[in-house]
Design a protein around this ligand. Structure first.
Ligand SMILES: *Cc1c(COP(=O)(O)O)cnc(C)c1O
Length: 229
């Protein structure tokens, strides 16, 4: 068994275990396999285990893999930062975008979403840790961007994405994750059709699930350590 297969099984078990332990309904946390820097062949090993949802950060790299894997029905999530000259291809080739943080980008995605496809599912990336290196809108900007995106007919706003500040202790991770989950609850109350909180990576997904995440984005824990770019 290749290690990504056993890793995938272990991550699936951990997710199930965390759902039970934290009184989440079963199968309410979706596993997004983050496949940046991995080859199409590496994706195929987890596809053979039933994995269908993949997250990519770099457009050209993603398009190449999508072409190689086009015979399998996969669901592609764009999770990287978005330059405005990339919005057409993203709108044409992805099912979800987690990293919307500006109205200009949302407007372009809306314009470029082909009419024969369902509306593009989008999440607003929120910056909760306020470190200058992190992207995302600040908490006080979230509601206005939400209201603007809700006017765009070819986008379907589903919720928010965030990267909680890294912490090694579980209790600290939980505290960071709860900042995002509180924002998510507020958004759900003020807006219809909000059902998705994309939160948690290899190092903190259990805390993310405890705090209410509905999509965990896992790369390293499935595929191993990434080679530095
Ligand atoms: C790379 C990446 C991940 C996956 O991180 P791992 O630590 O490898 O699990 C998750 N989310 C985003 C936005 C990423 O860029």
């Amino acid at each position: 068994m290749t290690s990504s297969v056993s890793n995938l099984q272990a991550v699936r078990q951990q997710i199930q275990h965390a759902e039970q332990q934290w009184k989440r309904h079963s199968d309410t946390v979706m596993l997004l396999a983050v496949s940046k820097t991995r080859s199409a062949a590496e994706l195929e090993t987890v596809i053979a285990q039933g994995q269908r949802e993949f997250g990519e950060n770099y457009l050209q790299e993603a398009l190449e893999k999508q072409a190689l894997l086009r015979n399998t029905k996969l669901i592609w999530h764009f999770i990287g930062s978005i330059q405005s000259n990339k919005t057409r291809l993203i709108a044409e080739h992805f099912d979800w975008v987690h990293s919307v943080e500006r109205l200009k980008i949302a407007t372009r995605l809306n314009e470029h979403r082909p009419s024969h496809l369902a509306p593009l599912n989008v999440l607003i990336q929120v910056n909760v840790s306020r470190e200058s290196s992190k992207s995302g809108v600040l908490q006080h900007q979230l509601l206005s961007l939400t209201n603007e995106i809700r006017q765009l007919p070819n986008l379907r706003l589903r919720g928010i994405m965030g990267l909680p500040a890294p912490a090694s202790e579980f209790a600290k991770q939980l505290e960071q994750c709860e900042i995002l989950s509180k924002l998510f609850s507020q958004l759900k109350q003020s807006s219809e059709h909000i059902d998705t909180l994309s939160m948690g990576t290899s190092s903190d997904y259990e805390a993310a699930i405890a705090a209410g995440s509905t999509i965990v984005r896992i790369g390293t824990a499935i595929f191993g350590k990434r080679q530095p770019a």
